[in-house]
Design a protein around this ligand. Structure first.
Ligand code: BMA
Length: 331
């Protein structure tokens, strides 16, 4: 038994694994939980993040508008399933108008560290980079400096300092639909200056684990366990019809998270249902958040489906640990 280090969350969304199901991650039966037109302006609501907040939940949602402008919106829920999403995007406050200037914002992650909620997202600043902001109440948001030079996507904070530093995994990229991509680890004393970059893991050449042969990128906030950091990530293959985005998982060393202890050879969830295979960008399952219950080891994954709607799926820490141990990726 692996233990999640964290809080109990007994009321989080949950369904038992269906009888006879053989995969380690199973979908919520009422998926998708957020439709493409959940707010008046939206064309699609997908790669989005949620956290426990007050006696319920809060989140930051990627809503693309009907002009296909990408922005991020706050939302609230009592049960983590039914969401009220603000009709206006987040307005950031901050010190420097140069940084506050919005080009585009997408694929948010939310991470509670110490006393506040940090938002990271793909932020347009002469190309994609990682924006960082914090909030206490999901009403006022303070934007900090971008973490990196362009080009970078998928900046994902760790939920506590590691060896005295804030820590982040990210995926250096290019200006377009990046045809490469490895995960790197960076640290910061103050969430402004990032350095000591370390290679964590990369795409897998050949056909040993071809679903992740083009690029990979970190997904939800890493989950702390007594065996290491459990990282759920996306992996991409290039097919004759374009990219296919699946989910995988890895276990990173607790004190030196750039050291990979386990990684699954097989994907844990892939586009199979109609709402994952069919949409604005077909064949995309893109995880950006989890809720976890330390008492039971339950994990609820929030993921974007076909760049159009938002879905939920379930697993447990032991399901993922056993899957990685039974199907290890030995490079
Ligand atoms: C990536 C990002 C994601 C998107 C995915 C599939 O590069 O843009 O937001 O879900 O492509 O289109």
């Amino acid at each position: 038994m692996t233990k999640i280090i964290g809080k109990a969350l007994p009321n989080m969304p949950w369904q038992e694994k269906p009888e006879g199901y053989t995969m380690p991650v199973w979908r919520y039966t009422e998926n998708p939980i957020i439709g493409r037109r959940a707010i008046p302006s939206s064309n699609s609501i997908f790669n989005s993040a949620v956290v426990p907040f007050g006696d319920g939940y809060a989140g930051v949602f990627r809503c693309d508008s009907k002009s296909i402008s990408m922005d991020i919106f706050a939302g609230f829920s009592k049960d983590g399933i039914h969401w009220e999403i603000n009709h206006e995007p987040i307005q950031f406050e901050g010190e420097d108008p140069e940084i506050l200037n919005r080009e585009y914002r997408y694929d948010p992650r939310v991470c509670f560290i110490e006393d506040r909620y940090y938002i990271t997202w793909c932020n347009g600043y002469h190309g994609p980079t990682i924006g960082i902001a914090y909030t206490f109440d999901f009403k006022k948001f303070y934007q900090l400096e971008n973490a990196f030079l362009p080009y970078n996507r998928n900046g994902v904070l760790f939920p506590r300092k590691i060896n005295g530093y804030y820590a982040m995994v990210s995926r250096p990229s290019d200006t377009g639909h990046t045809p490469f991509g490895d995960i790197f680890y960076s640290i910061s004393p103050d969430l402004t200056f990032w350095g000591k970059h370390r290679y964590v893991m990369g795409n897998v050449k050949g056909d040993i684990s071809a679903w992740q042969s083009t690029k990979i990128g970190p997904g939800p906030t890493p989950i702390e366990t007594d065996e290491g950091w459990l990282l759920i990530y996306h992996g991409v293959i290039t097919t004759c019809n374009g990219f296919v985005y699946r989910m995988g998982c890895a276990l990173l060393d607790i004190d030196e998270p750039w050291k990979v202890k386990l990684r699954s050879k097989y994907y844990i969830l892939a586009p199979e249902e109609l709402y994952e295979c069919n949409g604005d960008v077909p064949n995309v399952t893109f995880p950006c958040a989890t809720l976890t219950d330390a008492d039971t080891g339950r994990i609820c994954i929030y993921y974007g489906c076909a760049d159009t709607v938002t879905g939920m799926a379930f697993t447990t820490v032991d399901e993922l640990m056993n899957y990685m141990k039974e199907n290890p990726l030995n490079l």
